[in-house]
Design a protein around this ligand. Structure first.
Ligand code: NOJ
Ligand code: CA
Length: 680
């Protein structure tokens, strides 16, 4: 498909850079059309329209370097290639078993209009629910490409609302989301969510962030955004690559409603297939841990009278896990290094040497005998130099002991990652500071994931780099934090406000699974601080915030004191055949229906913001001709997060069939959880 760029041709007649033709590529259903060309100054650009209306206005694709001319002006289209895909692939675990990949592809090669010209190819993939594109740099004589800045732009055509968190500030991603007009955003992390005035939902993000710096979105003027790459290590170029390479995919999810934004596999489809082969050794599961005690200030990570990770306590947790069917027991503060200043420093960590009051090998064996696994913990304090030196030994130790999931951590302010080299392949050159989402840390995470995979260990980083769908390629990269988690509720009253989780669903969660750590049934943090959550919302979180490893974060005494809620947590799967958003709006509420991957059961539920509401869920996803027993955990009468009434929960059972309607009343800061089991 080529259409005459008549106006451009007329205006620029005679100019050597004039574009006579523009290439277009449409989504398989024809609703989304991408136009690609170079303008009359030879600047490569793209535009996106949705059913004939502009969605992304003309936006450039360009680069600056530290040691060569900008790649921006004076380019022209040299050639194009097209392809089509219509297939599906299976996830080893996830929100759904099968992912459909249907798209049209257009790759345009641009060449510079000068002696010794440089070339790049920009590849677009257009799906019915989004667009991805990346720039591909070919092999050239120059051994290294040093990118100072990627100048790719995203000019949103229609006004609307944005949900976003600040990039480039001291706090990495652990922020409360801001809801502003699009033209009030400053520098945003991705995913950034937009709802335009006509109700179109967009999410800007990236896919396959490998050996490159993470992309922030900097608003330049009006509704025009530009890529702003996370800084390079040690003040070097933001990205340094040898030989041929591709940028990550720049992605735009495009949907008519909130459900279309959530039930969208754009980034997964743009990642490479599984490189690890059979990963059936990773078991999606729930876990408990010696954790909330430290987070809420009762126990310590460091040695001493309050030390959380004692052998005796760990046995109690293993026994509780075995009794209630939790596969994992996370234990933090087990290793040397926590006694001094670990926050943002991490110089003293040993990842192989347990404290004397914690019997690593004995406990790993004790757990295994009971059908439970310890979950390992590697807090680095952001010091990846110390960690990388011990990485192979640390992962081998866990692998040998059958510890098959490790939570890692990078507690340091943004820009506070300590390395000794700007590039993983370089020899140690003294202290070099890096960013949590810069190229060096992106390299580091993959190194950890690969080393873990060699030992059949799955990885769950906290203070991570954002997810960009890499779980498809490395399915042992099972979850991350990468947003403000439950832990903040331990530290101050209503810390994660009632809107927080119904916003996460449509923002952070579009990037991938999150280790949010739900299940604090006391709905109380340290020193009795209240949470902006009812008890039922704690259950709804298991359906709203997906992870294949789901924690029940509370003390085991508190879990035991809520036997009926514990029954739900024990039952709810961490691996699904299907997931649908059946009711919800960005930032307001989110109710999912999810089908268990290993049984015919369905689950319905989710979370609400501060406004009480009644939601009608049409049960049209159930199998016809069957009756289902619905077990319901719901906000009790008068429940609200604002007072002690946050503890009010009610229970119900009903028999339902396909086509029936389930009515759920959601309290302010409330939630609901329903299990649907077919009858015999
Ligand atoms: C912050 C993490 O989010 C939390 O889960 C962990 O317990 C602490 N760091 C210590 O590693
Ligand atoms: Ca954290």
């Amino acid at each position: 498909m080529r259409r005459a760029g008549l106006l451009a041709a007329l205006l620029c007649a005679g100019s050597p850079q004039a574009a006579a033709w523009a290439a277009t590529v449409a989504s398989p259903d024809g609703r989304i059309v991408v136009t690609v060309d170079a303008d009359n100054e030879g600047i490569p650009f793209y535009e996106v329209s949705l059913v004939g209306k502009p969605l992304i206005a003309r936006s450039q694709i360009a680069f600056n370097f530290t040691d060569e001319d900008p790649l921006r002006r004076g380019l022209k289209v040299e050639g194009e290639k097209r392809a089509q895909t219509d297939t599906r692939w299976e996830q080893p675990w996830g929100e759904r078993q099968w992912v459909a990949d249907k798209h049209n592809e257009l790759a345009i090669t641009f060449v510079e209009n000068r002696a010794d010209p440089r070339r790049v190819t920009v590849r677009f993939r257009v799906f019915d629910d989004g667009v991805g594109f990346r720039t591909e740099f070919p092999q050239r004589a120059k051994p290294e490409t040093r990118i100072a800045e990627e100048l790719t732009e995203f000019t949103i055509a229609a006004p609307g609302t944005a949900w976003w968190i600040q990039a480039g500030d001291w706090n990495r991603y652990e922020q409360i989301y801001q809801q502003t007009p699009i033209d009030a955003v400053s520098m945003a992390h991705t995913p950034m969510t937009i709802r335009t005035a006509d109700g179109t939902h967009l999410s800007f993000h990236e896919a396959a962030l490998v050996d490159y710096s993470g992309m922030w979105l900097q608003r330049l003027t009006g509704q025009k955004f530009r890529a702003h790459l996370s800084p390079g290590a040690g003040g070097a170029a933001r990205v340094v690559r040898k030989g041929a390479f591709d940028t990550p995919w720049r992605t735009i999810r495009i949907a008519p409603d909130a459900a279309g934004l959530v039930e969208n596999d754009l980034e997964l489809n743009l990642n490479e297939p599984n490189k690890l082969g059979d990963v059936s050794w990773f078991k999606p599961a729930k876990y408990i841990g010696i954790w909330w005690g430290m987070i809420s200030g009762k126990w310590s990570w460091a040695q001493g009278p309050q030390h959380g990770a004692t052998t005796a306590r760990t046995k109690e947790y293993i026994d509780f896990a075995a009794k209630h069917g939790f596969r994992g027991v996370l234990v933090e503060g087990w290793n040397y290094g926590w006694d001094g200043n670990w926050f943002g420093n991490g110089r003293d960590y040993s990842f192989t040497k347990p404290y004397p009051d914690w019997d690593l090998e004995g406990l790993a064996a004790y757990a295994k005998r009971k059908g439970v696994r310890l979950i390992g913990h590697h807090e680095t304090g952001g010091n990846i130099e110390v960690y990388e030196r011990q990485l192979a030994d640390a992962m081998k130790l866990y692998g040998d002991l059958g510890i098959d999931v490790v939570k890692t951590g990078y507690v340091a302010d943004a820009g506070g990652i300590i390395s000794c080299n700007a590039d993983i392949a370089q020899p140690c050159a003294g202290q070099v500071m890096a960013w949590h989402d810069g190229q060096r840390q992106v390299q580091h995470h993959l190194r950890v994931v690969e080393e873990a995979a060699k030992n059949k260990v799955a990885v769950n980083p906290h203070e991570p780099v954002k997810d960009t769908g890499l779980r498809r390629t490395y399915p042992n990269w099972v979850a991350r934090e990468g947003a403000r988690g439950m832990e903040y509720n331990a530290w101050s009253p209503f810390s994660n406000g009632p809107d927080h989780e119904p916003t996460l669903v449509y923002t952070r969660m579009l990037s991938g699974p999150m280790d949010y750590t739900p299940g604090v049934l006391s709905v109380t943090g340290g020193n009795g601080v209240p949470m902006a959550s009812t008890v039922a919302k704690q259950l709804g979180l298991y359906l709203a915030i997906y992870s294949p490893i789901q924690m029940a974060a509370d003390f085991i005494e508190s879990l035991a004191a809520h036997p009926r809620e514990l029954e739900f947590i024990k039952a709810v799967p961490a691996d699904w055949a299907e997931s649908r958003l059946v009711a919800g709006e960005v930032g307001d509420f989110a109710i999912f229906a999810r089908k268990d991957r290993n049984s015919p059961d369905w689950y319905v539920g989710g979370v609400n913001d501060a406004t009480a509401r009644t939601v009608e869920v049409k049960l049209d996803f159930l199998d016809p001709g069957k009756s289902y027993r619905a077990t319901i955990w719901k906000d009790g009468e008068g429940a609200t997060y604002e007072t002690d009434a946050r503890h009010r929960i009610a229970y119900d059972t009903r028999t339902v069939r396909k086509g029936d309607t389930l009515t759920l009343w959601l309290a302010p800061g409330g939630g609901a959880a329903v299990r649907l089991q077919p009858g015999k």
